[in-house]
Ligand binder design. Structure first.
Ligand code: PMP
Length: 411
């Protein structure tokens, strides 16, 4: 029997992504920065192009043909996202500009009104700044504090320590589904169960999970799930906040303006129901049409296939990088997505990334918006290769060969 992995035709997949065939500094592009932003398939580019050529109009306002077509295209993306995360209803899907806006919405609308001095917001040491700083801002207004749960040196959350910190002062917990630096896949079901048993809502930052894993918010048992479209092969400036219906119903709007109201007068304003209550102003209509096309594309390739291909690439890349003398790998969790952060002895991450770029290889270097995690490892920065299903073993080999070249150059 052929497995999904064996039947996978990576050349055909790569042909769907026009940018992958370009050259950089005279070399074929080796794009290993998909955790930063993913590349876009032609189907997404076409959907955005077609929208502006054929359908462009504002949504939910005009009764003319284009207005109706634009609204229907935009709202059909909501249906696709609702199915993609297995929401109970489409009304649980709020369109945002990305994860950052989604988490800020929860911080200001759900958490801020519930915070008192001495309250806590529990996160983990491996969070992206997007799942730390919004909490700090609302905590600072109220005398609450943000508490981190510790991780192991191999980059795994210490679940018992997380659970031990779930005390009655905790008003919300925020955990990344997949770490953007370590690739660690956190045991969300288990954490959600522990939170639920104590009546503490759990927000999951799904930015790095949605492009790689099947997300089922009902099975996960969390309260809020945020994801960003541009890492999911869709346009920048798109994302969703999924939240349980009862939470959205109880939350006041975060932004005010057009489209989020029922009636407005100087005596008082009433608001639309969720999700529109949270979508003030003209949204990124073409972006969401593109995100809908990205969801179709991912579904067509299949998340199980994507998972199998990426697991294979991760195993190959891990072994290849470990064979490089003087290379330190950050993040060796048992459950891990295809993200490899590393440093080479005596080479600064930025120098490494700059020299790799000369070879056509795009990796990210820096703190990856995770200062507390860098502090934990005692380093200012790492280089990070992040893979997607359109990457190949040859590209991993190219990375390893280029690292060897850089080491010789800098030795
Ligand atoms: N959380 C994680 C884990 C991320 O990797 C990122 C993007 N680097 C974000 C949040 C923020 O996403 P966005 O900037 O698209 O809102």
């Amino acid at each position: 029997m052929t497995s999904a992995r064996d039947a996978f035709d990576v050349a055909r997949i790569r042909a769907d992504f026009p940018i992958l065939s370009r050259r950089v500094h005279g070399k074929p592009l080796v794009y290993l920065d998909s955790a930063n932003t993913s590349q876009k398939p032609q189907a997404v580019i076409d959907a955005v192009d077609r929208f502006y050529r054929e359908t462009n109009a504002n949504v939910a306002r005009a009764v003319h043909a284009l207005g109706e077509a634009a609204t229907s295209a935009y709202e059909s993306a909501r249906d696709k996202l609702a199915r993609f995360v297995n929401a109970t209803t489409r009304d649980e899907v709020v369109f945002t500009s990305g994860t950052t806006q989604a988490i800020n919405t929860v911080a200001y609308s759900y958490v801020l009104p519930r915070l008192s001095p001495g309250d806590e917001i529990l996160v983990t040491r491996m969070e992206h700044h997007a799942n730390i700083v919004p909490w700090q801002l609302v905590a600072a207004r109220t005398g609450a504090k943000v508490v981190p749960a510790p991780i192991t040196p191999s980059g795994e959350l210490i679940v018992e320590e997380f659970v031990a910190r779930l005390n009655p002062r905790v008003k919300i917990a925020g955990v990344t589904h997949v770490s953007n630096v370590l690739g660690t896949i956190n045991p969300i079901r288990e954490l959600a169960k522990a939170c639920r048993a104590r009546g503490i809502p759990l927000l999951v930052d799904g930015s790095q999970a949605a492009p790689h894993l099947r997300v089922d918010v009902q099975a996960l048992g969390c309260d809020f799930y945020a994801l960003t479209g541009h890492k999911l092969f869709g346009p920048t400036g798109t994302g969703i906040l999924w939240a349980r219906r009862e939470h959205l119903a109880a939350m006041p709007p975060f932004f005010g303006g057009g489209e989020m109201i029922r009636t407005v007068s100087f005596d008082g304003t009433t608001f639309a129901d969720a999700p529109h209550k949270f979508e003030a102003g003209t949204p990124n209509i073409a972006g969401f049409v593109g995100l809908g096309a990205a969801i179709d594309y991912v579904n067509e390739v299949g998340l199980d296939t994507i998972g199998a291909v990426e697991r294979d690439l991760l195993a190959y890349a891990t072994e290849a990088l470990k064979s490089v003398p003087g290379l330190r790998l950050f993040g060796e969790a048992k459950e891990k997505a295809a993200v490899l952060s590393f440093l080479i002895d005596g080479v600064h991450a930025h120098d490494l990334a700059t020299l790799l770029d000369q070879e056509g290889i795009a990796v990210r270097s820096g703190h990856h918006c995770a200062h507390p995690l860098m502090q934990f490892f005692g380093v200012p920065a790492t280089a990070r290769a992040s893979l997607a299903f359109y990457n190949t073993r040859d590209e991993v080999d190219a990375l390893v060969a280029a690292i060897a070249k850089v080491r010789k150059l800098l030795a």
